[in-house]
Design a protein around this ligand. Structure first.
Ligand SMILES: Cc1ncc(COP(=O)(O)O)c(C=O)c1O
Length: 412
C-alpha cells in the first residue's frame, strides 16, 4: 500500500514517525494493535460524533445485516434517511445518496454545470472537496498537509475551469465574476473550513456569497461533508442562517459507514438521472447497512440537548488548550464551533489559508508526538480540524488537558 495507508492524511509524514495501526474503537477511545489506548479527537475524520461503535448503531446494524448487505434496488431505509435529511437541512428538498464525500462533490459540480450551462467554478484556497480532478487546485487536507503542488495526472484542460479565491475575501470573488461574465456555474466552499486547520467565516462572508451568486445567475454550494450534522443538526447553513442552492454531505450521515449525499432545490435536483438528463449512478449507493448507521446516528443526534453538550465539551477543551499553550509561552490561536475545533501554533488571527501557513509545523509535529506518548490521538496534521463526540466525558477532557500542559512545556 503506498505509504502504508489507504488514504494519505493517515500517514504521519508531516508530523514524523509511522502511522498507528488500530485494532478497535469504542466511545471516545481507539486502541492500537499493541493494546495502547488513545483518547481520539479524529473520530474517523468526522463520522464518530456519537462516539465510536455506539451500542444503538451497532445493534441496528446487526438487525439490518440479517436482511442482507446490498439490494442494488430501492430500500425503505433510503427513504427514511432521505426524509430525515430533507427535514433537517434547509436547502435540501431532494437528495441523492452516493458512497463518499468525493463522489458527492464530483456529482454536484456536474449538476452545477448541467443546470446553469456554464463550465467554470469558483473554489477557495485551502478548501478540500475530495480528490476529483477539477478540485485539486489549491486544495486543503492531505494536499495541504503534504505541501503538494496541484497533483500530476490532472490535465490542465480539466482545471482550466476551476477558479480560486482566498477564503473570507468577497472582493476577490467579485473580481472573478467580473472577469468571467456569464461563465461561472457557481461557488463551492466549506462554510466552516476544516481542511486547512480550522477557519470560520467572517461576519457577512457567507451572506455576501449568497448575494453575489444570485446577482450573477450562479449557484451557491455548501460542502457540508464535514460540517453537516456537526456544526448543528441542520449543518452550518442552519447555524449561520444562509441557505445555499445545493449541499454536499458525508461522514456523519453515514454513521461510520461509507456514505455521501448531495441535495438541494427540487428544480435543480430534478436534473439528476433518471428524473432528468444529468447522469450519475452507483452500485452500492443507498445500501441498507449504510442507511441504517446514518438513520440511527441522526436519531441519536436529534435528542434534546445534544448540541449544547457537544458545544460545552468542545469549548472547555479549546479553552484549556489555549491556556496550556500560553502558560508554556507557546504562540497559539484557536477556536471551536460546536463539535469542531482547531488551533494554529502562531499568533493569528487566521482567516484564510495563507495566514494558516504561519503555523509552526515543526513544533506541531513535536506536540503531536508528545500527545501520542501521553495517550491522546490528534489528527496527524497541522492543517486538519479536530472533532469531539458525545462520548467525550469531563474526565477525558481533563486527561487531555493535562497531556496538553505537559506536552506544551516539552515543546516550548
Ligand atoms: C469538506 C469535505 N468535502 C469532501 C470530502 C471528501 O470526502 P471523502 O473522504 O468521503 O471522499 C471531505 C473529506 O474529508 C471533506 O472534508
Amino acid at each position: 500500500m503506498p505509504g502504508g495507508v489507504s488514504s494519505p492524511v493517515r500517514a504521519f509524514k508531516s508530523v514524523g514517525g509511522q502511522p498507528i495501526v488500530f485494532d478497535r474503537v469504542k466511545g471516545p477511545y481507539a486502541w492500537d494493535v499493541d493494546g495502547n489506548r488513545y483518547i481520539d479527537y479524529v473520530g474517523s475524520w468526522g463520522p464518530a460524533i456519537c462516539g465510536h461503535a455506539h451500542p444503538e448503531v451497532i445493534a441496528a446494524l446487526q438487525e439490518t445485516l440479517e436482511k442482507g448487505t446490498s439490494f442494488g434496488a430501492p430500500c425503505e431505509l433510503e427513504n427514511q434517511l432521505a426524509q430525515m435529511v430533507i427535514d433537517a437541512v434547509p436547502s435540501v428538498e431532494m437528495v441523492r445518496f452516493v458512497n463518499s464525500g468525493t463522489e458527492a462533490c464530483m456529482a454536484v459540480l456536474r449538476l452545477m454545470r448541467a443546470y446553469t450551462g456554464r463550465d467554470k467554478v469558483i473554489k477557495f484556497e485551502g478548501c478540500y472537496h475530495g480528490h476529483a480532478d477539477m478540485f485539486l487546485v489549491k486544495a486543503g487536507s492531505g494536499v495541504a498537509t503534504l505541501g503538494l503542488p496541484d497533483s500530476p495526472g490532472v490535465p490542465r484542460s480539466t482545471t482550466a475551469n476551476t477558479l480560486t479565491a482566498p477564503y473570507n475575501d468577497l472582493e476577490a470573488v467579485k473580481e472573478l465574476f467580473a472577469e468571467n461574465p456569464d461563465a461561472i456555474s457557481g461557488v463551492i466552499l466549506e462554510p466552516v473550513v476544516g481542511n486547512a486547520g480550522f477557519i470560520t467565516p467572517e461576519p457577512g462572508f457567507l451572506e455576501g456569497l449568497r448575494e453575489l451568486t444570485k446577482e450573477n445567475g450562479s449557484l451557491l454550494v455548501f460542502d457540508e461533508v464535514m460540517t453537516g450534522f456537526r456544526i448543528s443538526y441542520g449543518g452550518a447553513q442552519s447555524r449561520f442562517g444562509v441557505t445555499p442552492d445545493l449541499t454536499t454531505m458525508g461522514k456523519v450521515i453515514g454513521g461510520g459507514l461509507p456514505v455521501g449525499a448531495y441535495g438541494g432545490r427540487s428544480e435543480i435536483m430534478s436534473m439528476v438521472s433518471p428524473a432528468g438528463p444529468m447522469y450519475q449512478a452507483g452500485t452500492l449507493s443507498g445500501n441498507p447497512l449504510a442507511m441504517t448507521a446514518g438513520i440511527k446516528t441522526l436519531e441519536l443526534l436529534k435528542q434534546e440537548g445534544t448540541y449544547e453538550r457537544l458545544e460545552a465539551t468542545t469549548q472547555r477543551l479549546i479553552k484549556g488548550i489555549l491556556e496550556a499553550a500560553k502558560q508554556a509561552g507557546v504562540a497559539i490561536t484557536g477556536s471551536n464551533i460546536s463539535a469542531m475545533f482547531g488551533f494554529y501554533l502562531c499568533e493569528g488571527p487566521v482567516s484564510n489559508f495563507e495566514e494558516a501557513k504561519a503555523t509552526n509545523t515543526d513544533r506541531f509535529g513535536k506536540l503531536h508526538r508528545a500527545m501520542l506518548h501521553r495517550g491522546v490521538y490528534l489528527a496527524p496534521s497541522a492543517f486538519e480540524a479536530g472533532f469531539t463526540s458525545l462520548a467525550h466525558s469531563d474526565d477525558d477532557i481533563d486527561a487531555t488537558l493535562k497531556a496538553f500542559q505537559e506536552s506544551f512545556a516539552e515543546v516550548a
